[in-house]
Design a protein around this ligand. Structure first.
Ligand code: FAD
Length: 288
């Protein structure tokens, strides 16, 4: 098994304690030599400034290749493109371009009257600037708003054709979910790489609730496994073993890249990377 290319997702810190946690996460995971790290953009655009600051600071001080998430919720086209330009001005040319979820309390996405109506419009406008490498979201379990699994894949093709270079998937619990999706994408003529999004399960209750909201299928055996692990206080051991097994099954099927949702808690992700044979790459510069 050759070591995969890996990347990590962080979220921007909202207070001082969270800033230290993010920095600790970065310091723990940076030696794994990620291809890129990405910083989320709060639902409804709520962390716009925090994301911009976190991205700029990480880019300047970590030496990592930083990708900024960008959504078009609650913003005019001009505002959204201005934020993208701010990223470019700070030297950040990698974006994860998303439509975004509806703001809290609204069931459906309502485009801003002067905003981008959907992710394809956003991707086209970003691609037109020629300044960015654009990644997009994909949904192996089908996005809850998609009319069908095929409609979801057709829409993903439109996003790639609009100028995206790669897709990163929502998390999923079983390798076959991703592998079936990868095959269906290939059949639909999508030749851009599709990177599986991996969620090390820090807290089963939280992951379960999140999965429900995202429309991610929850296998019954997983519920049972975590119920037993909780009884024996072995959740971390189970989470590490399950996540390692999921990644290892994907790698056995030819997957070359993994994107970890770290939730700014590095330990599980680090342990899974170690188990997969991804070891810290200490540069001579750091040893000296
Ligand atoms: P789209 O792919 O544009 O739309 C979602 C689905 O709806 C599509 O898959 C498609 O089936 C259907 N659809 C939408 N419009 C049309 C149309 N016109 N015609 C046909 N079908 C359509 N959210 C945040 O707020 N901040 C983040 O930082 C963030 N990061 C994410 C990172 C990743 C890797 C992923 C997978 C998701 C992330 N999200 C984030 C969540 C994301 O914003 C939501 O899933 C949102 O509901 C969809 O965004 P999208 O860009 O994938 O949408």
């Amino acid at each position: 098994m050759t070591a995969p290319a890996i990347s990590f997702e962080f979220f921007p810190p909202q207070n001082l304690e969270a800033s230290f946690r993010l920095w600790d996460t970065v310091q723990t995971l940076a030696p794994m030599d990620p291809r890129f790290v990405s910083v989320t953009y709060g639902a409804g655009g709520t962390t716009r400034d925090l994301t911009r600051d976190a991205v700029a600071t990480l880019h300047k001080s970590s030496g990592l290749n930083v990708a900024a998430h960008l959504t078009c919720v609650n913003a005019t086209r001009e505002e959204t493109l201005r934020i993208a330009n701010d990223f470019a001005a700070a030297g950040v040319s990698e974006l994860v371009a998303l439509r975004g979820d509806p703001p809290k309390g609204s069931a459906n996405f309502e485009p801003h009257p002067e905003g981008f109506a959907n992710s394809v419009e956003l991707i086209e406008a970003l691609a037109e600037t020629g300044k960015f490498n654009i990644r997009v979201g994909a949904y192996p379990d089908k996005h809850p708003e998609a009319a069908s699994a095929q409609a979801d894949i057709d829409w993903l093709k439109r996003k790639i054709d609009a100028g995206a270079s790669e897709a990163i998937t929502q998390f999923f619990f079983e390798p076959d979910t991703f592998l079936r999706f990868r095959d269906a994408c290939a059949k639909a003529g999508i030749d851009a790489p599709i990177i599986p999004g991996i969620l090390p399960i820090e807290n089963w209750k939280g992951a379960r609730n999140f999965a429900k909201r995202c429309g991610t299928e929850i296998p019954a055996w997983l519920d049972n496994a975590f119920a037993k692990a909780e009884r024996d206080n072995r959740q971390d051991l189970l989470a590490t073993a399950l996540c390692t097994e999921l990644c290892s099954d994907l790698l056995d099927e030819g997957v070359e890249s993994l994107h970890f949702y770290t939730l700014n808690r590095p330990e599980l992700t680090r342990d899974v990377c170690f188990a997969l044979g991804i070891t810290p790459q200490i540069t001579l510069e750091n040893v000296a």
